[in-house]
Design a protein around this ligand. Structure first.
Ligand SMILES: [Zn+2]
Length: 311
């Protein structure tokens, strides 16, 4: 029966999609999504719906935002964009990229498009690359998990939108103030939670949530060889997998935080090891899930991490 075979082929395709990890080279196609905007609105292209949502919060009806990646099954690290996105970029007034090597496909499209758009690069604005260099560490490019960085990006967005549309500058400033109040509330929640989460051990499958975990005072106990293998998109050696499982069994880890958007077979193994030792498992994602905006998404992440780390 062709129906059965079709189902088997489909299951195979889903496995391939699920195997795409941070740093791997596979891609998942997803259509760009545009939202909002009255006639004459500022045209903005953002590489993911994270920065797209921040722009929408600040621009309101005065902007038309296209987020290149909003599909929860697409891995932004390995995304390959289509010609339609290049056309959007060529017409844009403002382009927001994450930078830091996260969304390099945007750089290629920007130069190929010949766009005159004003550019906002979130990692540049955050100052995190310079921090990492000063500390001789590797940059964690997931700066949207750091509220101070997002605050700086929101200022840069106000400047870019105001330059493109000076007559609405006051609206952008007012909307940004409301957005910053939301960020301040999250920062206050994080600071308050830290009294209870300070020192709690965690294992992460990827660096995506690390800025938030650091703010909570959690101690990253992930074996560096495990993190390195996942980062490089190579197979985690059995000995390293065993070491990670032993760690989860040993009682010093309060939570396993894993990247649900890019999880592969090996993170699934670590996940079941955590579950079998009653270590809480907290999923996090690279992009804003359906039905949430940036602030409600981050509140949910913070609530989930705090609950796991104090359970
Ligand atoms: Zn990532």
């Amino acid at each position: 029966m062709s129906g059965t075979r079709g189902a088997a082929v489909l299951a195979g395709a889903l496995v391939v999609l699920a195997a795409a990890a941070c740093g791997s080279t596979s891609s998942a196609a997803s259509p760009a999504s545009a939202s909002g905007g009255s006639p004459g609105a500022v045209d903005v292209v953002a590489s993911t719906n994270v920065w797209g949502d921040v722009v929408s919060a600040i621009g309101g009806t005065k902007v038309r935002v296209t987020s290149v990646i909003s599909d929860p099954s697409a891995d932004p690290h390995s995304y390959e964009a289509n010609p339609h996105v290049q056309l959007e970029i060529s017409r844009a007034d403002v382009v927001v990229t994450n930078g830091g090597g996260y969304d390099d496909f945007m750089g290629k499209l920007i130069s190929a498009s010949g766009t005159k758009a004003r550019m906002v690069d979130a990692v540049d604005v955050s100052g995190k690359a310079a921090d990492a260099q000063a500390a001789n560490g590797r940059l964690n490019e997931h700066v949207w998990y750091d509220f101070a960085s997002v605050g700086k990006v929101s200022d840069a967005v106000v400047s870019a939108l105001s330059a493109a549309d000076p007559s609405d500058a006051a609206t952008f400033r007012a909307n940004a103030l409301t957005f910053r109040q939301g960020l301040d509330a999250l920062t206050a929640q994080e600071t308050a939670a830290r009294a209870r989460t300070q020192g709690a051990g965690v294992v992460v499958t990827e660096p995506v949530p690390l800025y938030m975990l650091q703010a909570l005072g959690a101690v990253n106990r992930t074996p560096s060889s495990f993190a390195q293998a996942v980062e490089d998109g190579t197979d985690v050696p059995p000995s390293v997998l065993k070491q990670t499982e032993d760690l989860l069994a040993g009682g010093s880890v309060r939570a396993l935080v894993y990247n649900a958007q890019t999880s592969g077979a090996q993170t699934e193994l670590v996940k079941s090891a955590a579950q079998s030792h009653s270590v809480p498992v907290v999923p996090v994602t690279e992009t804003v899930p359906k039905g949430k905006d940036y602030l409600t998404w981050m509140k949910a992440n913070l609530d989930a991490l705090t609950t796991a780390l104090t359970s």
